[in-house]
Design a protein around this ligand. Structure first.
Ligand code: FE2
Ligand code: FE2
Length: 213
């Protein structure tokens, strides 16, 4: 009993450390940043602030992705599922880095609400994993579908007004589509409509808040 409590404490400390690193640490990206060779385009102040708001949403989305995958991996039933989730999280780390660097370039800051979204997504991932790997993969499918769709809105909005941000979003969208397809191939199930609706509502809330602060 004591040993089990120690194991849970170790696990909690490891996850706390990972969470703090995601929220504060700027790790290097494994892949080169798309659009890094594009020229910086001069934008009006209003356009720039709008682009910062959109990139802040995407940065928060990637914080959520880190937390979701890590929560799922922690309680995954199958070791191969855990490995698959951690591999996807490593790729999402590149997205997180690219968004952070672009925000820096634009003179923007990450959302102050990121710690809340990290905890929320981590718990969501852990709960999903408790229902078994097919449900857990189902969460990945639905999350990636929603992210892909909001990325399309941002791609249409930013367009060639900011090629350096645009190329990042285009590469992220291609990666998110692949993550969703991989989760489907791994046996992910379709989630019930009310769950999808709740996920959409939380995502809307996150976008509304992160755009502003
Ligand atoms: Fe991502
Ligand atoms: Fe993804």
């Amino acid at each position: 009993m004591r040993k089990q409590a120690d194991n849970w404490l170790d696990l909690a400390l490891v996850e706390l450390d990972r969470g703090l690193k995601t929220l504060t640490h700027r790790s290097d990206a494994q892949s080169p940043r798309p659009g890094a060779s594009e020229a910086e385009v001069t934008m009006s102040e209003a356009r720039k602030q709008h682009t910062i708001g959109l990139m802040r949403i995407n940065h928060t989305g990637e914080v959520c992705a880190q937390a979701l995958y890590k929560g799922q991996a922690m309680l995954a039933k199958d070791p191969s599922t855990r490995a698959h989730l951690l591999e996807a999280a490593a790729e999402e780390q590149d997205h997180l880095n690219w968004c952070q660097v672009r925000l820096d370039e634009l003179g923007g800051k990450p959302s102050l609400t990121n710690p809340f979204w990290y905890v929320h997504s981590f718990v969501l991932g852990a709960v999903a994993a408790r229902f078994g790997d097919p449900v857990s993969y189902g969460f990945v499918i639905e999350t990636e579908r929603q992210v892909e769709s909001h990325l399309q809105e941002h791609i249409d909005d930013i367009g060639e007004s900011d090629p350096r941000s645009l190329r990042i979003l285009q590469q992220m969208q291609a990666d998110e589509i692949r993550h969703g397809e991989n989760a489907q191939s791994a046996g992910g199930v379709e989630l019930p409509k009310p769950i999808k609706g709740a996920m959409t509502a939380m995502s809307k809330l996150m976008k509304t808040i992160s755009y502003r602060i």
